[in-house]
Design a protein around this ligand. Structure first.
Ligand code: NAP
Ligand code: 3JN
Length: 344
């Protein structure tokens, strides 16, 4: 979004600025020329003395506290749920609009949960609590693709399995995959710290904590957030979320059952016009979405689109997106762009 579209500029705070998501937020604010008047970077005491580059200048990182939000217009939060639970209401009370990347407020009925390409109108509900929730990365890339199909043929059921990159867990997990891989390739025993098991050369069907129903919390986030964003509680969703030894880019195998019969060709045509989505589906040339191609890109990629021959009205797809960009930082900045364009 270009500066000349705005008359005003805004004081922006990034909470969790030294993390994987926070770092990417700072980069994206600069890349998209968001109208930042002053940028405040906030993190824990561990980051005292650190600086991040923004528009060619070194910006210091400050320790987050109750007074951090005085004079701040927009707060981009990604320092974990407990930090958001404590500090987002404090920020909102001082007039800052919070765009929260954690799960702390996602399912609150009076707080909007927004993917701009899907339900941008919900942003106006920020007035209730001064908070807008950013969905989970795995949900964002899936609903971008589901929304236009739902509008065309009404989705009755979704069965999704994810293949999630370690960057979804944060900076320590990225280091852990690299260190474990190096250790194993040099014949050394790898240290296991971040995940309950080794992640290098492995797959873990375990993301976030397990719940009483046997699902993981990540799986239930996908179920509940999908229904809220699509505004349809009748869609049945079941998910299996898996961590894989990939650095950046979540992949998803998605099976849908629709009310109206829809062909693979029609799905390809609909998705070729969907905002934020690119169809990569040319089997003769071995073209399908890959996390290594999606990393660093803004679009969400979909391919392997085919009719599910086991049921009457079914479609299978493979959806890949950069989990740190569209799955977190980019989606939050896009929300901020619409907020300043339409409301502030
Ligand atoms: P990360 O790389 O581990 O970074 C964590 C960030 O939070 C760091 O900046 C850290 O500061 C800061 N932090 C931790 N404790 C703090 C405290 N007590 N006070 C102030 N700052 C504190 O993790 P990440 O991958 O960026 O993820 C951060 C959060 O974003 C996650 O917990 C999650 O809630 C959310 N997230 C959302 C999505 C999504 O799907 N939308 C995806 C990934 C993450 P220090 O460097 O000073 O420790
Ligand atoms: O694991 C991933 O790939 C995405 C992780 C997201 C995440 C990590 C820690 C805490 C979240 C989230 O956004 O749902 C949270 C959380 O805020 O609950």
């Amino acid at each position: 979004m270009k500066k000349d579209k705005f008359v005003k500029s805004y004081n922006v705070a990034v909470v969790g600025a030294t993390g994987v998501v926070g770092n990417e937020m700072v980069r994206i604010l600069e890349e998209r020329e968001f109208p930042v008047r002053n940028l405040t970077l906030l993190a824990s005491e561990r980051s005292v003395g650190k600086k991040l580059k923004f528009r060619g200048k070194s910006v210091p990182v400050y320790v987050l506290n109750e007074k951090s939000f005085s004079g701040i217009d927009i707060g981009l939060f990604s320092a974990g749920g407990s930090i958001s639970e404590r500090f987002a209401p404090i920020a909102a009370a001082s007039g800052c609009v919070v765009i929260d990347n954690t799960s702390a407020f996602r399912m609150a009925p009076d707080i909007p949960l927004v993917v701009p390409e899907v339900n941008r109108k919900a942003i106006g509900m920020y007035k209730n609590k001064g908070i807008i929730a950013n969905p989970n990365c795995s949900t964002i890339q899936m609903v971008l693709v589901l929304k236009p199909i739902h509008d065309a043929a009404r989705i009755k059921r979704v069965v999704v399995s994810t293949y999630q990159a370690v960057s979804g867990t944060g900076k320590e997990a990225i280091e852990e995959l690299i260190k474990q891989t190096k250790a194993l390739l040099s014949g050394r025993k790898p240290a296991v710290k971040v995940y309950p098991h080794r992640i290098a050369f492995n797959c873990l069907p375990h993301i976030d904590v397990f719940l009483d129903n046997g699902y993981s919390k990540e799986e239930m986030k996908m179920v509940n957030e999908t229904k809220k964003i699509l505004g349809d509680q009748t869609i049945a969703v079941t998910a299996t979320t898996v961590r894989v030894p990939v650095l950046y880019g979540h992949s998803e195998s998605v099976n849908i059952e629709t009310e109206r019969k829809i062909s693979a060709r029609e799905v390809r045509r609909i998705l070729s016009h969907a905002p934020g989505v690119k169809v990569v589906d040319d089997l003769k040339r071995n073209k399908y979405p890959l996390p290594i191609d999606a990393a660093g890109k803004d679009d969400t990629f979909v391919g392997r689109i085919r009719e599910d021959e086991s049921i009457e009205n079914g479609i299978n797809m493979w959806i890949v997106s950069d989990n740190v960009r569209k799955g977190a930082a980019l989606n939050a900045v896009q929300i901020a762009e619409l907020l300043v364009r339409d409301y502030l």
